[in-house]
Design a protein around this ligand. Structure first.
Ligand code: FES
Ligand SMILES: [Fe+2]
Length: 346
């Protein structure tokens, strides 16, 4: 089924996370579809990341089935070679000359915050200033919880909905991340410089996990959305009445990139870099995130995708709860980006 510009749920003119920086290993090719476009990724001889269309211009073989030879990609089929700029270097055989200008389309990448960011829209509009600010991504060197990945059979907006409405924690994650006492909180939604923030404060509630598990605490679970699809949570629990100082290790990252209209790449992790004696901290959060997303969030979101059966979210006239205000605001902002793009491309 084709997805014409009118039906796309994602804007093209935006920076999306393509992979973790550590996913691109020298000498290896990585095939990944992003925004319905099959791409091949690798590092050139200097270690710089490269992304190009995963299709040879000769007989359309996937280039990801080829191999890297000193930073040059050789197609598996008839051996044409392409450098990191996408230019064809021929196959070295006397019998096969190739038309001048033969090339593969390459795409703009930036390596930042331990991730590789890609721009698949109008190249003239690619400004790295607009890469989501994830300055709390841990620096390499300690024990950390980043590099997590899940492939999800659901539209990316359903994943954004899930993170932008954290009241689901007290129902869907009852007994793992949430409990009934946490249903007494207050929510406030705000927006500044295009960043949408939902704050959920839960004073005098029982802490569900971690060192204060089972104790009465003042808890908070806040989330910020950075266009188009990076979310940063700041969460914490302290004994009642203590000033709510945010632990530098208490930020979680949830980043979604559409693979297609009905599948999503899900990248997640958390802040903080710890010495050996505190290695249990990032390990505990990573294990909890992986288990909860795999067993609780994603099966439900994939079931929602199936129930919706390809129908449009707004056409289905969803009941709007006040607690979903941040999620709805983000949906509207993304829809506007798509509309504006459709209008300017005629
Ligand atoms: S298909 Fe790639 S060289 Fe022929
Ligand atoms: Fe969840």
């Amino acid at each position: 089924m084709s997805t014409g510009a009118r039906h796309r749920s994602y804007p093209l003119n935006a920076w999306y996370m393509a992979c973790w920086a550590s996913d691109l290993v020298a000498g290896s090719l990585m095939a990944r579809t992003l925004l319905d476009q099959p791409l091949v990724f690798f590092r050139d001889e200097d270690g710089a990341p490269v992304a190009m269309d995963d299709m040879c211009p000769h007989r359309f073989a996937p280039l990801s089935r080829g191999r890297l030879e000193g930073g040059v990609l050789r197609c598996v089929y008839h051996g044409l070679r392409f450098d990191a700029s996408g230019a064809c270097l021929g196959n070295g055989a006397a019998y096969s000359r190739f038309p001048p200008g033969t090339r593969v389309r390459t795409h703009r990448l930036v390596e930042r915050y331990r991730a590789i960011w890609i721009w698949l829209g109008d190249p003239d509009r690619a400004d790295p200033e607009h890469i989501p600010a994830l300055s709390r991504m841990p620096e390499p060197g300690g024990h950390e919880n980043i590099g997590n990945y899940l492939h999800v059979h659901a539209n990316w907006l359903l994943e954004i909905d899930n993170i932008m409405d954290l009241t689901h924690v007290h129902y869907l994650h009852l007994g793992s991340l949430g409990n009934e006492s946490m249903r007494t909180g207050e929510m406030e939604v705000s927006e500044k410089d295009g960043v949408v923030r939902a704050e959920l404060r839960m004073p005098n509630t029982i802490c569900p996990f971690g060192p204060l598990e089972g104790q009465l605490c003042d808890q908070w679970n806040n989330v910020e959305w950075h266009s188009p699809s990076a979310m940063i949570l700041d969460f914490g629990a302290l004994p009642p009445g203590e000033p709510p100082v945010q632990d530098e290790g208490g930020y979680a990252f949830h980043i979604f990139t559409p693979e297609t209209e009905h599948s999503t790449h899900y990248f997640f992790g958390s802040s903080g870099s710890y010495p050996e004696e505190e290695a249990w901290r990032p390990r505990m959060i990573g294990e909890l995130q992986n288990r909860v997303f795999l067993e609780e969030d994603n099966p439900l979101i994939e079931a929602v995708q199936q129930r919706m059966a390809g129908r449009d979210f707004w056409d289905m006239r969803p009941a709007i709860l006040s607690s979903g205000a941040a999620a709805i605001r983000v949906r509207r902002k993304i829809a506007k980006l798509c509309r504006d793009e459709a209008n300017t491309s005629g």
